[in-house]
Design a protein around this ligand. Structure first.
Ligand SMILES: O=C(O)CCC(=O)C(=O)O
Ligand SMILES: [Fe+2]
Length: 539
């Protein structure tokens, strides 16, 4: 077997781009059927093509690539006669790549964008390929790569629904909601005109991950789209939103949420622009009215999260807390998957979600995010919490029900930047307030924050190996609470701090929420969350 070659090599690039369908199929294919497949290899340097190169073997590489693209260890050669699927024997999330060896040349046909991969890898790849820095509102792709498509032909074949001043049709593996609109899942067509466009997106941008396309019809210049951000929790973190524009040229306006000039992008027939999901935290975009304009259609491709991915794997009774372990990766991972969506990049959502958890779960879930994956948005956070505090005070005045308000202290009232640690302090402080109040005999049902009930009785803390003693100290300040850090707890990695004696109660409670799928389930439908977000949008 020859040395494994870099995925960037010409042959690999060719295989990835031109044999796209095959690449996808490789997941499903058994090893023997891979070997039966016909390949053509093209060496782009010499422009020589080799039809039906001998496939020497199919292998799976479980190693990581280093920066130079060289993989460090050897490919595991698989039994060519095997009828099992290539990845049957590998755990999900293992970094694996399919390797096919042709005539002394190992070609890696699957790379991070279509194999289970780390998020950051995909993010880097995609951003690099689109040349989309995180702090820029958009990237316009060169040329008019989709000019061959006809806007009339597409609209004729599409059944739209009116939303505001425009018409939309959503196709996607999972549902996608924004504002008051919920689009149920609808398979992306595999035949017909739209399918041709989708296929071209796959071919042009093989590294790009998407599982939905929203077709928006702007019948004329009256039809417009108000300024907004595609910052829904449904959209996968670190993903990209790719827009293909067909028909009349229009202007896309981008504006920084924190203020600043509007940047206008004139977008023409056949052109493509890309926005990172991350940029949605900083920017809004919209299509203003443009009288006299004729029909335009945009196709926005997104990577939409599956709904509560692991819900089925959670036992209905709820696992006993002391049965959780990292290797089981069940409950802890499930909670992670819920809460990671409210990373520091989505401060409003996160703040709102915290409140939603108080309200709906009666369980405060504190997720200690990996510090290297979050970026601080100090100013936004400051505003978020200031707004929450203001709302809190306002609610206290207006509240006519006689409900007693527990003060939610906001740190940094001197307007100095809020640090990540401060965020946790705020959270711990909130839980402390609630616990203290309930212990003093305050009826939990009367604890409110802006109309949201704060009936928290339990604290569950999930940590990861980035966690420090800080959390323990802070938890320790909450009377009657115990905390364990990874090194002190035989189960490492997944740590729970509970009110003494309350573990059972927590387990039951979490279990009930799992069973009813209500854990975090209210995060989008709670009007108070939308109100919080609206408040953020107006500034
Ligand atoms: O029509 C466009 O170019 C933009 C569409 C858009 O922003 C959206 O669907 O969220
Ligand atoms: Fe948008």
């Amino acid at each position: 077997m020859s040395e494994s070659t870099c995925f960037k090599c010409n042959m690999c690039a060719f295989l990835v781009q031109e044999n796209e369908k095959l690449r996808d199929q490789l997941f499903e294919l058994s090893i023997s059927s891979v070997l039966r497949h016909e390949f053509t290899l093209l060496d782009k340097e010499t422009q020589t093509s080799t039809p039906n190169p001998t496939v020497e073997h199919v292998g799976v590489n479980t190693s990581n690539f280093d920066d130079s693209g060289e993989n460090q260890n050897l490919v595991q050669k698989l039994d060519a006669s095997s009828n099992t699927s290539l990845y049957d024997n590998y755990q999900e999330n293992t970094n694996i790549q399919t390797v096919i060896s042709f005539d002394n040349h190992d070609t890696i046909v699957s790379k991070s964008n279509f194999v289970h991969s780390t998020e950051s890898e995909t993010q880097t790849n995609c951003s690099q390929m689109f040349n989309q820095p995180y702090d820029k509102p958009y990237t316009l792709i060169a040329g008019e790569p989709f000019s061959e498509f006809n806007v009339n032909k597409l609209t004729e074949a599409t059944k739209f629904t009116a939303i505001g001043q425009r018409l939309v049709k959503y196709y996607g593996e999972f549902s996608y909601s924004y504002g008051n609109n919920k689009h149920p899942p609808c398979p992306i067509p595999v035949e017909g005109y739209l399918a041709e466009i989708v296929e071209k997106v796959r071919q042009e941008y093989p590294f790009y991950q998407f599982n939905s396309v929203l077709v928006t019809k702007y019948a004329d210049g009256h039809s417009h789209l108000p300024m907004h951000s595609d910052d829904e929790l449904d959209i996968a973190d670190n993903s990209h939103i790719l827009t293909v524009s067909l028909g009349a040229s229009r202007t896309v306006n981008f504006q920084r949420k924190m203020g600043g000039d509007t940047v206008s992008l004139p977008i023409k027939h056949g052109q493509v622009f890309v926005m990172s999901a991350e940029s949605q935290n900083d920017y809004r975009h919209g299509i203003p009215r443009d009288f006299g304009k004729k029909l335009r259609v945009s196709l926005t491709f997104r990577n939409i999260n599956p709904p509560s991915k692991n819900i089925d794997s959670i036992t209905k009774d709820g696992p006993a807390i002391d049965q959780l372990s990292p290797s089981q990766a069940s409950v802890a991972e499930f909670l992670d998957s819920l809460v990671l969506g409210y990373s520091y990049e989505k401060p409003m959502r996160r703040a709102a979600a915290m409140l939603a958890y108080f309200a709906t779960c009666q369980t405060l879930l504190i997720l200690l995010v990996k510090t290297e994956t979050v970026r601080e948005k100090q100013t936004t956070f400051l505003q978020t919490y200031a707004r929450m505090a203001a709302a809190n005070t306002g609610a206290a005045k207006k509240e006519s029900t006689g409900a007693k308000l527990v003060e939610l202290r906001v740190f940094k009232e001197d307007k100095s930047p809020v640090t990540r640690m401060d965020q946790w302090k705020i959270q711990f402080n909130m839980s402390k307030c609630i616990l203290t109040a309930t212990r003093q005999g305050v009826d939990p049902a009367t604890l409110r924050h802006r109309g949201t009930m704060l009936t928290t009785h339990h604290v569950v803390v999930f940590t990861n190996d980035q966690s420090t003693g800080f959390y323990k100290t802070e938890i320790g300040k909450i009377d009657g609470l115990q905390a364990f850090l990874p090194e002190e707890w035989p189960r490492a990695n997944s740590i729970y701090c509970t009110l003494p004696g309350a573990a059972e109660c927590i387990t039951t409670e979490i279990g009930a929420h799992f069973a009813a799928s209500t854990l975090g389930g209210q995060k989008k439908s709670d009007p108070s969350i939308d109100a919080l977000d609206q408040g953020a949008m107006k500034e």
